[in-house]
Design a protein around this ligand. Structure first.
Ligand SMILES: NC(=O)c1ccc[n+]([C@@H]2O[C@H](COP(=O)([O-])OP(=O)(O)OC[C@H]3O[C@@H](n4cnc5c(N)ncnc54)[C@H](OP(=O)(O)O)[C@@H]3O)[C@@H](O)[C@H]2O)c1
Length: 272
């Protein structure tokens, strides 16, 4: 399994996203993914599926220390005490003594970042999380977070796919040695139907989705595609046996737009 190294962490380049996977489907997809070779699972307190993620992990028979598990603390729990409680509850749900990566899920402008960063760093110091990071942080917020952190931050998890220009936030993330983790990497269904991705894929006998994911991992961007279907687990994983040419990378890169965001809601940060 290829990994991205970032400030002491070794993050597997592909993981299974689990937002919206619930109950038995979630446990089954996690188990199947791990049996297929995935070694990275992305969950969050807000997804309400940490119990099932833990079940899938145990059912897979893969040793705990071979799997990289990420969870996140939701925006409403960023006060120090709530943050700690949320983290501890996540560990109870997962039936784990520590997660590999703990993230602030979304920034909350109503809670001082200094307080949240203090709590996040404490979780690492106390061994509840092997590594810590942030998600949905803008260029300005990354700078502030790095300044406030007393422990290394290893990633910024952001919406990232060929249809969205994230060049500024990617540069800021990398400037601090942090990995970029791409959420919604297949643009929630936009990638499968895209004609450019499909045409590029034809030359490699690959699908549009495989080209989409390859485009990201070829730039050392970690991807966490979600699927509820076994066949697609395998399809999304089969992206390490081909490479896009520089011309193809350029062509796919040209799909990006500043307005290409698909995940937006009232609590979204104002991006640079
Ligand atoms: N930090 C954050 O704020 C944040 C926000 C959003 C997401 N995330 C994380 O990122 C993960 C991935 O993002 P996402 O779930 O928003 O979107 P995504 O992975 O880009 O897209 C998921 C959708 O694509 C479909 N799909 C997956 N593989 C496919 C394939 N090979 N062919 C055709 N369709 C395919 C899935 O349908 P089927 O189930 O039918 O296959 C599903 O509807 C989440 O699950 C979550 O873990 C984090």
């Amino acid at each position: 399994m290829q990994v991205v190294e970032a400030n002491g962490a070794r993050i597997p380049l592909i993981g299974l996203g689990t937002w919206d996977l619930r109950g038995r489907v979630c446990a089954r997809m996690v188990e199947e993914a791990l049996r297929l070779g995935y070694r990275h699972i992305d969950t969050a307190a807000m997804y309400d599926n940490e119990r099932e993620v833990g079940e899938g992990l145990r059912a897979s028979g893969i040793k705990r220390d071979e799997v990289f598990i990420t969870t996140k603390v939701w925006q409403s729990d960023l006060r120090a005490r709530a943050f700690e409680q949320s983290t501890k509850q996540s560990l109870v749900n997962l039936k784990l003594s520590e997660v590999d990566l703990l993230l602030i899920h979304w920034p909350n402008p109503n809670i001082p970042l200094a307080e949240t960063m203090g709590a996040l760093c404490k979780m690492k110091r106390e061994g509840l999380a092997r590594h810590i990071g942030v998600s949905n942080f803008t260029v300005a917020l990354i700078e502030e977070a790095v300044r406030l952190a007393t422990e290394p931050l290893v990633c910024n998890q952001i919406e990232c796919h060929p249809f969205l220009d994230q060049s500024k936030v990617i540069a800021a993330t990398r400037q601090h040695g942090m990995a970029v983790v791409a959420y919604s990497p297949v643009a929630r269904g936009k990638a499968p139907g895209d004609r450019v991705l499909a045409r590029v894929g034809k030359a490699h006998d690959k699908s549009a989705v495989q080209v989409c994911l390859r485009f990201l991992v070829q730039q050392d961007i970690v991807v966490i595609p979600r699927t509820s279907k076994s066949a697609r687990l395998a399809e999304n994983f089969a992206i390490f046996d081909f490479a896009l040419t520089p011309a193809e990378m350029k062509e796919v890169g040209a799909l990006a737009s500043r307005r290409g965001r698909i995940v937006e809601w009232d609590g979204s940060p104002q991006w640079d």
